[in-house]
Each structure stands twice: as C-alpha cells, then as structure tokens.
Design a protein around this ligand. Structure first.
Ligand SMILES: N[C@@H](CCC(=O)N[C@@H](CS)C(=O)NCC(=O)O)C(=O)O
Length: 217
C-alpha cells in the first residue's frame, strides 16, 4: 500500500532538515518502506482539505490506505510498530524505547522550540531580550541532564531505537544555536544518528525536495 506523507512545499529552513517531515522520512528509511511526498503550501495547510488530515493545519501527515495520521510522534510510533528495526522485541526494552520517544517530545523538544519562538516569532517584542537567557538556561539544564543519562553509551537504551531517532531529531534543532556543541557527548550522539545511512537518505531526499535539485548519487 502506498505511503504518502506531507511536507512544506518549501521548508523555511531551506533544506536544513529541521522540519518534522525529516524525522518521518528517517523512520520510513530505517524501516525500508518506500513513500511519496505531497508538498503543501502555507496557505493550503490552513484550508479544509488539509485540516481534515491535520486539525492544527501543520505538516507532517501520513496516509496509508484508509489510515490517516498526524503528529510526528504518533506517525513514527505507527511505523515502528508495523515494521522491524525501530523497537526491540523484548516487552520491557520496547516500553523503555517508547518512553524515550515521549521524553524527546515532551521533555526535551519544548524548551528547544521556545528558543525558535523567542528568536523568530517574538524577536520584535520588548521583553524578548530578557526572556532569551531564561530559555537558553532551560535548554542547558535539560541537555545537561540528558548528557549525564547518556554517559558514554552509543544510544539511550541498548541498540538504536525509535527513541533515539526521535531524540536525535529533536536535538538537531538545538544545533544551529550552538547549545548542542556545549555538550560533546550529545553532539557525538547526534553525529552518530546523522551518520546512519537511513538518516543520510532521508536528509538528502528532503534537501532535494526543498531545493528542487535531485539528490547526489
Ligand atoms: N506536534 C506536531 C507539530 C507539527 C508542526 O509544528 N509542524 C510544523 C512544521 S515542522 C508546521 O507545520 N508549522 C506550520 C504551522 O504551524 O503553521 C508534530 O510533531 O507533528
């Protein structure tokens, strides 16, 4: 059955891979599943046809036969449940990998997103300069805790899992600010994720999509 996801017609990041279709592409590549991508413009995203797929007018969405999903976490969980390679077979290890998916989305991504908001959405507000250091401190605090937990392990809980895929995807958003670089073990962890062939394919595909140039072979 054909899998179709949606992505920005032109991502505001110009192909840096930070839009959330990249994490879904990555999961599909890890799972060895071919997929198609339907571009959506900013205006089309807010129209009824897209709102029927994604009630908040955002990307990514996922369509497979009569199943439609939204929320990158739910989409990746679905892919991981249906296909091998992203969740361990052992029930407890599986539950822990899922915990890391939630941790990435609920405990690590929010302060990182706040940074984008304060810089680009609220940057012209008189209080944004005062707010910025508070948010940077919050990110540092979280990344410090995560770095302690990761220690010198390659991945968060044994073998690479959907938990790592989600955590690396979230941490990538802290890279442009330079904060990730303050935590060498996390920077190395992210680099390990980026080095995975499946990530490389996903990144190249989104880059080609966003720049209109075919991926280098
Ligand atoms: N929690 C959602 C967030 C989706 C989201 O924020 N998507 C962004 C692109 S990465 C978007 O569509 N932004 C445009 C908008 O909100 O108008 C998920 O994980 O899928």
């Amino acid at each position: 059955m054909t899998i179709t996801i949606t992505a920005f017609e032109r991502s505001p990041d110009g192909g840096m891979g930070l839009a959330r279709d990249t994490r879904v592409r990555w999961a599909l590549e890890e799972a060895g599943q071919p997929y198609e991508v339907r571009p959506v413009s900013f205006s089309a995203m807010k129209e009824p046809a897209h709102l029927g797929l994604q009630p908040f007018g955002q990307i990514p969405t996922y369509e497979e036969g009569d199943l439609t999903l939204f929320e990158s976490g739910a989409i990746i969980f679905h892919i991981a449940e249906r296909h091998g390679g992203l969740l361990p077979d052992d029930a407890n290890a599986r539950a822990r990998a899922i915990t890391w998916m939630f941790a990435a989305l609920n405990s690590v991504e929010p302060p990182i997103l706040e940074l984008v908001t304060v810089r680009f959405v609220e940057g012209d507000k008189p209080w944004s300069k005062e707010r910025l250091p508070l948010i940077v401190d919050r990110i540092r605090h979280r990344l410090g805790q995560l770095s302690v937990r990761l220690g010198d392990a390659a991945w968060l809980d044994g073998a690479f899992s959907a938990g790592d895929l989600m955590m690396v995807s979230v941490l990538l958003r802290a890279k442009p600010s330079g904060i990730l670089g303050e935590f060498p073990t996390l920077a190395a962890y992210v680099a390990r994720g980026e080095a995975r062939p499946a990530y490389q394919r996903a990144f190249a595909a989104q880059l080609a999509f966003n720049t209109g140039k075919p991926p280098a072979s």
